[in-house]
Structures are given as structure tokens and as C-alpha cells.
Design a protein around this ligand. Sequence first.
Ligand code: NAI
Length: 508
Amino acid sequence: MAALTTSDKIAVIGAGTMGAGIAQVAANAGHAVILLDIADGAAQKGADGIRLGLGRLVEKGKKTQAEVDDLLLKITPTDRLSDIKGSRLIVEAIVENLAVKQRVIADIEAIADKDTIIASNTSSISISALAATASRPENIIGMHFFNPAAILKLVEVVSGLQTNLSVAQIVFDTAAAWGKKPVHAKSTPGFIVNRVARPFYAEALRSLTEQLASVETIDTLMRSCGGFKMGPLELTDLIGQDINSAVTESVYNAFYQDKRFMPSVLQAEMVAAGLLGRKSGQGFYRYPHEEKGALDDASLPVVKSKTVSVLGSFNGAIGLNNCLEEHGYQVSPSSSSDSGLDVARIEVGSATIKISDGRTATQRSAEDGIDNLVLLDYARDYHLTPDIALSCGVTSSDQAQQEASDFFRSLGKRIHWVKDTPGMQVLRTVCMLVNEAHDAVNQGVCSFDAVDTAMQAGVAYPAGPIAWGDSIGLSRVVMVLNNIQRAYGEERYRVSPLLLNRSYESSA
Ligand code: NAI
């Protein structure tokens, strides 16, 4: 099945934030585009917005004025529905309301050709529900662009229960021809990105609720150790606490209150207080945001630790062996990454430092009989990250804490002591993302490749969650989740059956 050709006319209904961006993308690919909006002057306003944005590209030398003029000529703003006649693909980007969208689809069907594809840019409404009242439900599909549509590459091509396979393929190929990264998805709550990304926000909100660390520390750890472009709490400020919590609540309710997607009481309180983030001037941060600068402990003297033994190998903890060796510590070789990480430890004076396995330091000290245990949170690359998070149990001595601090400072790290919490911050978030991605694949929402593409192209994750899980080791991810689940006694951390099976497969 091939993409639509540039001789095919496209219509976009709704000339707001998304509609204008989608019209620009289609015109940029060479199509004649009808941009329709019912509100007085809204279509022209949408077109003017596109002209303004493109003007900036001319100033930056990214487009010539001639290219921009040519592109703008392809877009016809209108408020007359009859102008969409003859369009091969019609993308609706109107208000997020099922009844209103169904009515518009019926209006479109009344004048469109029989084989016209009607795509919805909805981010949360079921495509099957949208198609339920259509006379040709096989031609109804989701074409979910991300904001800003002209820039972000991802397009989720969402099939409802009645969507024709060939329609999905035409839309997929067309999005690819428009320079996008399309992925196929089944119509299920949150599709791919808005479902798989839930733990990114949820675990940070939970950590904050449980006083694991400050807002700044949680965001710093997620950026620095997790490799994410933005911390989850600052990102909720950017999205808007109201929008972010509405998406969580919609996914949670659509899954019949599955505890895995449980909304945050703290976030609800923020919304109730009107602390919505950037748009209200205050959310988790105050705006305009004053950069506090990195929490700097560079002024503290570096005390070279005298008695340090590295026992075992930190294979599987990327960059940690390098970091230790670079600072003159001998690391014993080990063949198996998983068992290696469990036995590996650093003994510094009276402190024993181990990488978190999901248990709290207090629990692990008691269960494994380790005194003065200090836990290290996950980092994507321990060599590269300037920050690390440590926690210790209730029985750990102040001296052991000091010795662990001195040791990591001697490795050039900024240290963040966080409250002794199951799975710490970065580890539990990443494991939950890996789990949710597996569950989406398990339920046939999308393929392994699609979920990895979606999370990288749609929300700029540093790695796809499937590949990320493989690099951590799936049996380790399962162990961490099981340990967290045991600590909380909640089904929120239950392991996806697909992740469980793949963990056996990978360790066989
Ligand atoms: P918006 O409020 O900026 O624009 C909607 C436009 O649709 C308005 O100009 C309105 O006049 C027009 N409209 C409403 N009813 C209409 C009708 N019956 N016929 C023609 N035009 C009509 O909304 P936005 O943000 O562009 O969202 C549009 C859709 O895209 C929604 O379904 C939303 O969930 C979805 N979406 C939004 C994203 C975002 O970040 N804003 C991201 C991805 C999807």
C-alpha cells in the first residue's frame, strides 16, 4: 500500500494549535490543504500563525522566502464545510469531545467521497467510539500528532476495532512521506505514549509525596542519572498540572481504576490550589524560573578514602567499573552481569555500598545481615553522571554515611542523600517504564519497535523502554519490581506477564 500522492487534496478541520501545525506539515509535503474552522476568522488566524512561524525559519536561514510563499499558497483557509469536498484525507483537530467529534464526522461523511479517510487527532478518545456512529467506520482512524506538530516527529496511527487495515497502512505511509515517524497502535486508553509515560510522572509525584527528596533533587536525578531531557516535575509544570492530571485520570478511569495508573493526591491538590505550572506563574517551581544552579558541594574538601575494597564487578552498571578504575580502584572480573551486580559491593571504612535492588536499605540490611548498608540509585551511565543518589537504613551510622559521601565525592560526584524508599527514584521509574511498555505490547497495542520509537520520537526518552530494559537485564527489572511490590503490598508494581516471560527467555 502506498502513501497518498501530492496530487491528493488534504483537509484539516479545526485551525487551532494542532490543526494549523498539521496543515503546515501536509502543505510542506506538497499537498493542497483546506484549513477549515467554524469560529469566526479562526481559519485565517491559523494560516497567519503558520506564516509567522515560517517567517522565523526564513530569518534563521532554514527556508527561503520563495519556499515559504509556495507553501502558504497551498493552504486555503475557509469556514465553509463544502470546501473539503474531493479531499482524500481529512484530519479533524477540533475540541476534545466525543459527541462533537461524532457530529463533525457525520457532516464530513455526508459530503465526502466514499473512500475518503477521516482521521482524528484525538489524544484520548477511543477511535472505536468515534467510528461507532459513522456510516463508514472502516475509514475512521486516529492520526495522533504531538505538539508542536510541525516539529515533533511522532505520529501514532491508531486503529479502532472497525478500521480497515489498508486505511491504517495508507495513513502510516503518508505520515512517513510527510517526514514523520509513524507507529501503528491499537485504540486503547492513552494509545502508546500517554499510557507508557504515566509512571514517569507518577513515580516522581509519589516520591515527592513520600518525601524522598525535594522537587529540585528529584528532577536533577531524573535528568542527570536517568538521562531525561527534563525532570518529571518541571515537565508537569510545562504541560500544566491540570492537563497532566486530566490525562492520568482519563487513562486511570478508562482502565477501570487499575491501580497501576492511580492519580496523585498531591497533584490533585496542586490543581485545586490553582498551582498549574508555568501558565499560572507557579507550580512545583515559581516562574519566571530562577536557575538555582547545581547543588554545589565542590567547595567541600575531597577526602581520599583510605580503606576501600571493591568486591566483585559492577558489570551491568554502565560506567561504574570505568569510574572506579579511573580513580585507581581495582575491580574484580566477573562473567555474569546480573549475579555480578547482586554480589558486587564497595566497602569504604565501615560502610558497605551496593546498588539498589528495589528493597529499602533498612529492609535489605535486616534480611541480608549487612551493617551500615548504603544504597546507590540507578544511573544510565555512572561514569558520565555528575550526580548520584544514596540512601541508608535506620541502623546505619553517621560515620558510614560520611564515609560513603567522602568516597563518592572523591570520584567527582555530587551526592544527594534521599529518604530510604523502595526502588529509590530513578531505578523504580525506569523499571516501571520498562514494565508498562511490555504490558502495552502484551496487550497488542503496538509492537516492541513501535513502543521504543514512540517514546523516543514523541517524548524524547534517551532510549526506548524495551531496549532500556534489555540493557539493564530483564531479570533484574523483574526482581526490582517484585521487591517494590513486596514493600508496598500494592498491585501498582505488578510485573507484566510478557516482561516476566522475556526475563526467563533472556536468562535461559
Ligand atoms: P484548539 O482549541 O487550539 O483548536 C481547536 C479548534 O477547533 C478551534 O479553533 C475551534 O474553533 C475549532 N473547532 C471546534 N469545533 C469545530 C467544528 N465543529 N468545526 C470546525 N472547527 C471547529 O485545540 P487543539 O489544542 O489544537 O486540540 C485539537 C485536538 O487535538 C483535540 O482533540 C486535542 O485533544 C488534540 N491534541 C492536542 C494536543 C495539544 O497539545 N494541544 C496534542 C495532541 C492532540
